[in-house]
Write a protein that binds this ligand. Structure first.
Ligand SMILES: O=C(O)C(=O)C[C@H](O)[C@H](O)COP(=O)(O)O
Length: 208
């Protein structure tokens, strides 16, 4: 999936940790019902790859990608099971090259000016800012806008329902990422309706 397509999807990108693989399909459907058609399933659990595979097969309207992709091997595995794109908390030459070789869109994470330079010198103009709130949040994004006017960001890490609009108002922010939209306890209790509700509330709040 191209970067243009990813950018054109939801302004909120849910960052998901799936522990029980049985939650994968109902969760993808709950997000879709709430108006969110993209999800980043982090490779933090040993069920993540299976979860991506199930979602890719059974919920075709969901654009599922892998998160926490830290090296070439992660990227290959993610692509093999049907991830349409990969997100990484960081950036490296290895990952950039792997994304070219294996033909899958990479959204790397950056936290410094040098990392933004590595991205744009490799023709990547859309990055995660991670961990957004810790590396300077709004002020950091405004500061990066000076030397890097073409770079666009998806701030993630400490971005939530209460502060997301401050981020989304910035010219260089296209969307935000966050785990808050799928709270751990809701997933544990299989409260999929509540997750749908949270998605609707989030999207509604952006419109305000
Ligand atoms: O695992 C990855 O690939 C990451 O990039 C980290 C996640 O994006 C953040 O941990 C989400 O941050 P919170 O919304 O504050 O929970």
């Amino acid at each position: 999936m191209s970067i243009e397509k990813i950018i054109g999807l939801s302004p909120i990108i849910p960052v998901i940790v799936i522990k029980d693989v049985n939650d994968a399909v109902p969760l993808a459907k709950a997000l879709l019902a709430g108006g969110i058609d993209i999800m980043e399933v982090t490779l933090r659990t040993n069920t993540a790859l299976k979860a991506i595979e199930l979602i890719a097969k059974e919920v075709p309207d969901m654009n599922v990608g892998a998160g926490t992709v830290c090296n070439e091997e992660d990227l290959i595995e993610a692509k093999k099971v049907g991830a349409k794109f990969v997100f990484s908390p960081g950036i490296s030459k290895e990952l950039i090259e792997a994304s070219h070789i294996h033909e899958i869109t990479l959204v790397p994470g950056v936290a410094t000016a040098s990392e933004v330079m590595l991205a744009q010198n490799n023709d990547i103009f859309f990055c995660k800012l991670f961990p957004a709130s810790i590396v300077g949040g709004i002020k950091m994004l405004k500061a990066l806008g000076g030397p890097f006017p073409k770079m666009r960001f998806c701030p993630t890490g400490g971005v939530n329902l209460d502060n997301m609009n401050e981020f989304l108002e910035l010219e260089n922010v296209l969307c935000i990422g966050g785990s808050w939209i799928v709270p751990d306890y809701m997933l544990k209790n299989k409260e999929f309706d509540k997750i749908t509700q949270l998605c609707k509330e989030g999207l509604e709040k952006i419109k305000e």
